[in-house]
Design a protein around this ligand. Structure first.
Ligand code: E4P
Length: 221
């Protein structure tokens, strides 16, 4: 399973990119709004900050509701950073979103159909030509449904029907989500910076470092 980072914060993206584990970035209107920056500018900055990843998701804005509006916006986003091939247009899972997905995939523009909450939605998006689908684990868990189970089923369905759409496990809230979606067959997990820190850490690692430092100090004396 590959790692994407789920943020529009440049410092976080740069930090994780330098670690060499990053395959992509996902953003959404809430994440961009939090940064207080112009949407297109931030997407350009992200594209330039991560030259060696496969995908940077830019979501059509909430005022683009019809397929025509989404396509018009997507075609502008696709021009950013000299038609950067990493740009991936994130589209909501609606009938118009599917229409836009079909149009853009025929044009060779990468797409990520987001806000997926059922297996059927994932299947529709894959059939519309989506490069990626994003099932939202945490938000399902929030309403007492099993988000990981959804990823398991989508992975099985894509395998059975030989669909090459990649599954991005999204709305990841904690380290256990990461392990479980990897085992469930997600191709990618998009993870907030805080969770990347959490999965890198272990109290025994910290204790071990402290003990080595103390022993080293004693030996030097
Ligand atoms: C994914 O692409 C979304 O941006 C994101 O994972 C949503 O996560 P949330 O449910 O924590 O807002």
């Amino acid at each position: 399973m590959k790692f994407f980072i789920d943020t529009a914060n440049l410092a976080e993206i740069q930090k994780v990119y330098k670690m060499g584990i990053l395959s992509g970035v996902t953003t959404n209107p809430s994440l961009v709004a939090k940064e207080g920056v112009k949407f297109e500018d931030r997407i350009e900055q992200i594209l330039q900050a991560v030259p060696e990843v496969e995908s940077v998701s830019a979501e059509v804005t909430p005022d683009a509701v019809t397929a025509e509006q989404m396509i018009a916006q997507a075609l502008e986003l696709a021009k950013i950073n000299n038609n950067d091939p990493k740009i991936t247009i994130k589209l909501p899972m609606t009938l118009d979103g599917l229409e836009a997905c079909r149009y853009l995939s025929k044009k060779g523009i990468k797409t990520n159909v987001t806000l997926i909450f059922t297996v059927n939605q994932a299947l529709l998006a894959a059939r519309a030509g989506a490069t990626y689908v994003s099932p939202f684990l945490g938000r399902l868990d929030d309403i007492s449904e099993d988000g990981v189970q959804l990823v398991t089923k989508v992975a099985e369905l894509f395998r059975v029907h030989n669909l090459d759409t990649q599954i991005i496990a999204a709305s990841v809230r904690h380290p256990d989500h990461v392990t479980r979606v990897a085992l469930a067959g997600a191709h990618i997990a998009t993870i907030p910076f805080k969770v990347i820190e959490q999965i890198a850490k272990h109290p025994l690692t910290d204790q071990g470092i402290a003990k080595f430092a103390a022993d080293w100090q004693n030996a030097v004396k």
